[in-house]
Design a protein around this ligand. Structure first.
Ligand SMILES: [Zn+2]
Length: 398
């Protein structure tokens, strides 16, 4: 079959952009069907996982000929909402290609990456390439909200024989080998209401939360920065309290968004916040502050010396004109759900500039779509090959 990867990856990315999957609300079934339909048309094995009404994961497989671990590519089907249309120079769902760029919501994050991943499976299939293990593409729902798709995938047997994970988030074709995790901590302060004219008769719950969030240290002082991720961060991103301007509030709630590094997990964060809450309660004895973790996403880190990273560099030399920078990023991905339970070595790699994520005029270079496709179609052979120091061509470990 005459397969022009450059034309095919651009055409597929355009069709994915033209099929909205904004989250919220997160109805990815239409875009899932576009991806699954293309995979079937290319003769690839496709299975789907119903998560909910209108929500479907798509798992596409290029079967290997042996029993080596599978290489898993993963990307998300949803996008953030478009926002104000007047800020866009092109229709965000038009799939317009202009000046060498595909414009639209999701072009960068991450329908371009998904298109490159699926097209790379087709390249290998039409080339008749035999791999000793499966190459699997998992396209999941819900990454922009609650990782519903990867959490569902995590509970199935799809990843049972996985040896390595590549997540197609936009990295501008760099090799992202580490990303931060997240711990969302809820603080609820209970005080006592009173007439606004006699605040000394009440206990102000907003004041208690204000004291806590201004004093809160989410980290013990001795946390060493990660070489690629630096230090954890924290930001109070939600706060609500009070019922009227002339009533002392008896209730206040805040949520702190803590971005973590390896070694700093929910228990560490929680202990530190509770210590702060204890100090506030000692100073305001009639206040009660309840602290709990709403959810946690794990940080991910793979050594730059790991065979997956070495194979990725070799694939970059062969397809991108040289080695690529290895670096860390502060946001989390589906790897937070999928990698830690299996100790999966993980790299993030995809087309598109991170600076354009979640913004108006999101656009991806069509040249980079093709370059990403080439990289992704060469990586499996290099990874399973003899040149990366992999015992038997299939080492696993982190
Ligand atoms: Zn993304």
């Amino acid at each position: 079959m005459d397969f022009d990867a450059q034309d095919e990856v651009t055409a597929l990315a355009r069709r994915l952009v033209r099929t909205p999957s904004e989250n919220p609300p997160g109805r990815e079934s239409a875009v899932a069907e576009v991806l699954a339909g293309q995979a079937r048309a290319w003769g690839l094995e496709v299975t789907t996982q119903e998560i909910d009404d209108n929500r479907v994961n798509v798992v596409t497989r290029l079967p290997g000929t042996g029993s080596a671990p599978s290489l898993v590519y993963c990307g998300h089907l949803d996008t953030v909402p478009v926002g104000a249309r007047r800020d866009w120079a092109e229709d965000p769902f038009g799939g317009v290609v202009r000046d060498g760029y595909l414009w639209g919501r999701g072009a960068v994050d991450m329908k371009g990456g998904l298109a490159a991943m699926l097209t790379s499976l087709a390249v290998l299939r039409f080339a008749g390439t035999e791999l000793p293990g499966d190459l699997v593409l998992c396209a999941v729902v819900g990454e922009e909200a609650d990782c519903a798709g990867s959490r569902h995938l995590d509970g199935t047997d799809v990843l049972d024989d996985a040896g390595w994970l590549v997540v197609g988030e936009p990295t501008d074709l760099d090799l992202v080998v580490a990303h931060k995790g997240a711990v969302r901590v809820e603080l609820v302060a209970h005080g006592m209401s009173a007439h606004g004219a006699t605040p000394e008769l009440g206990v102000n719950a907003i004041e208690a939360v204000a004291r806590l969030v201004s004093a809160v240290r989410v980290l013990p002082a001795d946390v060493r920065p990660h070489p690629l991720l630096g230090s954890p961060s924290s930001s109070v991103n939600l706060i609500e309290g009070g019922t009227a301007v002339n009533v002392v509030p008896d209730l206040c709630r805040a949520v702190v968004d803590v971005r973590t590094i390896p070694g700093v997990d929910a228990d560490v964060v929680l202990a530190s916040v509770k210590e702060g809450a204890d100090r506030v309660m000692a100073a305001m004895p009639e206040v009660e502050i309840l602290v709990r973790v709403l959810h946690e996403r794990a940080p991910v880190s793979t050594s730059v010396d790991h065979p997956l990273v070495r194979a990725s560099q070799e694939a970059a030399v062969r397809t991108l004109g040289g080695r690529r920078p290895t670096r860390g990023v502060p946001y989390f991905s589906d790897a937070s759900v999928l990698s830690p339970p299996r100790n999966l070595p993980t790299v993030l790699f995809g087309p598109g500039e991170e600076a354009l994520m979640h913004k108006a005029n999101e656009r991806v270079s069509t040249t980079d779509l093709h370059r990403a496709t080439r990289f992704l179609s060469v990586l499996p052979t290099v990874l399973h090959g003899p040149d990366t120091g992999l015992p038997g061509g299939s080492a696993v470990g982190a």
